[in-house]
Each structure stands twice: as structure tokens, then as C-alpha cells.
Design a protein around this ligand. Structure first.
Ligand SMILES: [Zn+2]
Length: 200
């Protein structure tokens, strides 16, 4: 069996990849009027970034199981459903995987908490930074199922947190928790804190 991140001859991770992993701490972001608790497993670098890449672009179920099993340990108490932050249809088709749904299913299989596909990405959603971007809530997701009482959003990567905040808005929440495989570091935290005061 090969390393799930770099395909060296060592399973599930080779020594080098294991050494490159660093746990990320939880963060609170204030974005687009939403208070977001982001609960990551790893910082988005080294083998963790490769695992996410292998999941998204190579449909690696081994990477999904590895990341999902660690995410399962971090589900907040009281969570009653796992809501994947969906990808736009074009990307799901291009890469043949709905990676957030796959991660949520792995977490569900371990915790017994049901996956609730409450959101659909609007096909016309664009993530480009237009003017007035921070002034009005984008509605890139449509609510297709009534949310449960205490849902947790599930995503593969948190960068600025803007996409996850959009999902929380679609769920009708002003506070939300998001379980993510990796989080893209300190820049995100500064951006989030800075935007928060302007938007909320
Ligand atoms: Zn490796």
C-alpha cells in the first residue's frame, strides 16, 4: 500500500508526509453578517494540501477516508446533521466527484450523524470579486431542504471563509459551525477579522 499523499511505498502516510502535517487551530470569523466557527483538522500545506488535491482532482477515496476520519473526531457536541457545502455542477462534472459530500459521508459513517444535502450551488454563481462585493450578501446557494436544528457545514478547505459564510446565509443562520479538512492559515484570519467589522 502506498502513501495516500505522495504515493511513496508506505501506508497510509510516509514519514516525510506525516512530518509535514500540522494541526490547525479553531477560528472564529465574522463574515457577511455571519459568525462562523471554523473547525479544521490540518493547516493547508504539505501532505494535507496534497490529500485534499488527491481527493478533489483524483477522486482518492483513501484520502477521503483519512481526512474524514480525523474530521469525525472534531464534530461539535449536539450536531444533528452534516450539511456539505456543495460545488457548482460544472466542477462536479469536470472532476467526477462531490468532495464535500464524500467527506460528509465518511464523517457520518463514523459518528452516525446523518448527512443532509440541504444546499444546492446555483449554476450561475460566480466567485469573482466584483465591486460592492462586501456590501450585499451573495446568494450562491439555494436551500432545497429544511435545515435541522443544529447543522454543521462540511467543506474540504477553508480559505477566506466567504463560501462557507454564503452557505450559512442560505441555511438562514447568523451563527454557524463548519468542519473542514484544511484551513489556509493566518492570512485568512487577518482577512476575516478585517472584513468582519465592515460587513456585519
Ligand atoms: Zn508521502
Amino acid at each position: 500500500m502506498l502513501c495516500v499523499a505522495c504515493a511513496a511505498n508506505s501506508y497510509p502516510l510516509c514519514h516525510e508526509c506525516e512530518q509535514s502535517l500540522s494541526l490547525a487551530s479553531d477560528r472564529t470569523l465574522q463574515l457577511r453578517g455571519v459568525q462562523l466557527s471554523v473547525i479544521p483538522v490540518f493547516a493547508h500545506r504539505g501532505a494535507a494540501a496534497r490529500l485534499v488535491h488527491n481527493l478533489k482532482y483524483r477522486r482518492s477515496m483513501a484520502a477521503a477516508r483519512l481526512l474524514g476520519s480525523l474530521m469525525a473526531e472534531r464534530v461539535p457536541p449536539g450536531t444533528d446533521s452534516l450539511v456539505p457545502v456543495p460545488r457548482v455542477l460544472a466542477r462536479r462534472i469536470a472532476y467526477g466527484i462531490d468532495q464535500t459530500g464524500v467527506l460528509a459521508e465518511v464523517v457520518s459513517s463514523i459518528t452516525g450523524i446523518p448527512v443532509r444535502q440541504a444546499l444546492r450551488a446555483k449554476p450561475w454563481a460566480r466567485r469573482s470579486a466584483g465591486k460592492n462585493r462586501s456590501e450585499r450578501p451573495r446568494t450562491e446557494f439555494a436551500l432545497i431542504l429544511t435545515p435541522s436544528h443544529s447543522p454543521v457545514l462540511v467543506d474540504d478547505v477553508c480559505t477566506t471563509g466567504g463560501t462557507i459564510a454564503g452557505a450559512a446565509i442560505a441555511l438562514g443562520r447568523s451563527t454557524a459551525s463548519a468542519l473542514v479538512a484544511t484551513s489556509a492559515g493566518s492570512m485568512e484570519q487577518r482577512t476575516g477579522g478585517f472584513q468582519a467589522r465592515g460587513v456585519a
